[in-house]
Write a protein that binds this ligand. Sequence first.
Ligand code: SAH
Length: 342
Amino acid sequence: MKNIKDYSLEELKEELKSMQEKPFRAEQIFSWLYQEKVKSFEEMTNLSLSLREKLTKNYTICNFQQIKKQEAKDGTKKYLFDVLDGNAIETVVMEYHHGKTICVSSQIGCKMGCKFCASTGIAFVRNLTAGEIVEQIIAVEQDLQVRISNIVFMGIGEPLDNYENVIKAIRIVNDPKGLNIGARHISVSTSGLVPRIYDLAKENIPCTLSISLHATNNEKRSAMMPVNNRYPIEELLQACKDYIKATNRRISFEYALAKENNDNIEDAKALVKLLKGMLCHVNLIPINKIENGKFIKSSNENILKFRDYLNEHGIVATVRRELGSDIEAACGQLRRKNLGGE
Ligand code: SAH
């Protein structure tokens, strides 16, 4: 059956036309789905009984089942959702002073194979649909009875490897008749799929683009991220520069600091050289050690030295707070634990 949440408003209007219904019904359905967050077509009481029956017969509403919910000492929550086909995904909610940020998954598994990330090693199963991406937000808002203010595509998966569905999900989230969350409150994080960065620049969606950079030369970056063999640093940074030029948006570079790997002052110097003059911000992440991982966290002292060096040399850098590490919800720790599996 088709998932009604997989349609953008425009697509839903077309779908209704093809059912000999008036397109404004799509707006009513959107409002029931994303503002009222109903769980069945029966509840859409301003639609005719026959339309409600037709919808029930042909579409699902995709209400995720919560398999598990864990809460960290700092208030971070990690959800394991059953996506209704036997697969499970993880979604994390973090508390910041400016509101609640949700970290959504974009795929079941990931193909990128980054050496420091816990999602590596779980088989790639499939892309999430737009509706399944959006449903993570709805399910959390319903469970916590709150409004999510920020969305980061930093859960499991490579969002730009599921480009069409991620873009459609953003449009549903943005739509004033959808979840009505502005693009400026959305970050899309990528390991660096260069052609998709050029595509994103043309979408006219003012979201933040985050680039997982993590190293300053190809040798080091390829050792951490195999995607660098396909799209080396020079090509990636050129794409970033072109993105900034086309969108006038600041890029956020993620840099996970691993002891004696990419955390000394020479690396900081090289990073300054690479990013000098770009409209950007560097987000330093103390790397989280994963099971059997060879990368370990830099000392706090080194992290601060690294940050200060960047700031003193004209690159705005902040250290990301570590949230949710006691429930394995911190950066890179998400790992799909299948129903009753390891
Ligand atoms: N595939 C996308 C989004 C998912 S990862 C990407 O690569 O950007 C979200 C962020 O967490 C990325 O910046 C990623 O590099 C980082 N990350 C992954 N594993 C990590 C770890 N063990 N410690 C710290 N950050 C990690």
